[in-house]
Design a binder for this molecule. Structure first.
Ligand code: AMP
Length: 205
């Protein structure tokens, strides 16, 4: 099964994707994670992408599309995968539709007014990638590997507003795009992690 997960930045896409992929045994293909890995590895692509990401802007389509196409051509994607953070605009969705049949587009619906607070409280582990919220790590240490957790540069308040604006303008139209194709499934992303996953599980069955 090929799944696309959609929702505003901070809607819980990454958290839910990790659970879905573990339970369904399919790869979690996150363009944000792939880009951050390129930055950490100091690749040419990473150098080109960094300034856009730090400013909360989209990385140009040609770079992201090439990155995505290479990733889904890998053998572990043969029997399906979950796309997180791609497509992010109609042009990317059109390119994707040429090579991939999207079976389900999962939309995590959230209240945009409350999302900025959620993002400000997000913490990530630079060592193992674990994502959590500040109230769950009072000592500032990753509960998985013990490294000091950090705030992603693009989760800083001044950038969050720009990301939400870009989302509303460029990505939100994809909800209608997949609705028209009859593959959209909407779940309430404002509930707890377990409750959201229970809804997702019901929808995927
Ligand atoms: P994410 O981890 O999905 O929130 O992505 C972090 C950042 O990576 C975004 O704010 C964009 O700058 C960039 N990015 C990730 N996926 C895409 C995409 N499909 N198209 C353009 N930029 C992307």
């Amino acid at each position: 099964m090929n799944i696309v997960i959609m929702g505003a930045p901070g809607s819980g896409k990454g958290t839910q994707s990790a659970i879905i992929c573990k339970n369904m045994n399919i790869p979690h293909v996150s363009t944000g994670d792939l880009l951050r890995k390129n930055i950490a590895d100091g690749t040419e692509l990473g150098k080109q992408a960094k300034s856009y990401m730090d400013a909360g802007k989209f990385v140009p389509d040609d770079l992201v599309i090439a990155l995505l196409e290479n990733r889904i051509a890998e053998p572990d994607c043969t029997n399906g995968f979950l796309l997180d953070g791609f497509p992010r605009n109609l042009a990317q969705a059109e390119v994707l539709s040429k090579s991939v049949k999207v079976d389900v587009a999962l939309y995590l619906e959230t209240d945009l007014n409350k999302i900025a607070d959620r993002m400000a409280s997000r913490r990530v582990c630079p060592k193992c990638g674990f994502t959590t919220s500040v109230d769950k790590v009072p000592d500032g240490k990753c509960t998985v590997c013990g490294a000091a957790v950090i705030i992603r540069d693009d989760d800083k308040r001044e950038v969050v507003e720009d990301r939400l604006k870009v989302y509303a303008e460029k990505t939100a139209p994809l909800i209608d795009y997949y609705k028209k194709q009859g593959v959209l499934k909407t779940v309430d992303g404002m509930k707890s992690i377990d409750e959201v996953y229970a809804e997702i599980e019901a929808v995927l069955k």
